[in-house]
Design a protein around this ligand. Sequence first.
Ligand code: SF4
Length: 344
Amino acid sequence: MDGLRAARYPFLKDASRFAEENSEGIDMLLSSEKYVEARKRGLNRVLGALKNHTIPDYRLKDDYACLVEVLSYPYARMLVSCIDDRLLTKRYALAEAERMNSILSKDPESLTQILEELEINAIGNNDGTTDLHFADFLRFSYVMRAVEWKLINMDVRDGYVRLPNDKFIRLLQNAYRSRIEEELPLKVPGEFEIYLQNDLLQIKAVLTEAKNRMDPTNGEGMKDEFVPPCIKAIIEMAQAGQNLPHSARFALVSFLHALGLTYQQIVAIFAVSPDFNESISEYQIKHITGELNGTDGYTPPTCATMKTNGICFNPDGLCESVNHPLNYYRRKSGKPFVKRSEIE
Ligand code: SF4
């Protein structure tokens, strides 16, 4: 494989072979002065993903730069594996996948190799479209919430979904992101971790800062005076035993979960209701909070969705300047705004 392709797609098996043939093994990558640049680039991959949701650009100006880029990839994966934190892994996986998407959209010649690597059943057409086997379509589109991604709205022919190439590459991004999330953490031998310590400390500091910024309560637990009026109204309805529409129950549970309330604390809110049924509530709460399927749970809906669902109750003056109930809470408690992409 040529160095440029290996550097662009360091997850390919051929890229690993390229690294083996042109370097001196993992011990040297971790310890030798010769590979300091690759380690620095690996650290920047992780920090870029964590701080800016992106893998920073790196100019592939010559063979050495290509080798640095290839070697930085396993190094970054070792760092992420040692920390083994869900937020970090997710951010890193997404940033790597977006990087691949961006490069591949300008480099269609590499597509066949990527498909083989990711074991995707797809056939390119000559008219700017690709046919993707419907099973793969379902596998990689399940996270796409927009109605345009529903199978019912797709052009399906003989078991394949015909997609414009830009949409197809978007699904490849999901496929690659899932692959990384499944593969990490790697088992990193204890003796290797000694070499990683300084970089791990840097990442941990940035990770702690990112988590603090995202925690709407600053680790202090929910305070009633900061809760937005919509959520207050839904809590009152729940406690009065009113039949909550699904959208309101979903908004309430996902909001409370995002503020860090435990299952016991959430169920206690519903338990006051005269027709409380613990087994039904338990299933619903654990489904929304992700406890049933080992995920982080659903993101609370935005103000726009709350309005569409008719559950934006009693908006006040502050509501005019927020787009998300979590940002209402932050704003009222004096914490800075968080971008929607960070909430999600
Ligand atoms: S504008 Fe947003 S925060 Fe305010 S009541 Fe409506 S949904 Fe809630």
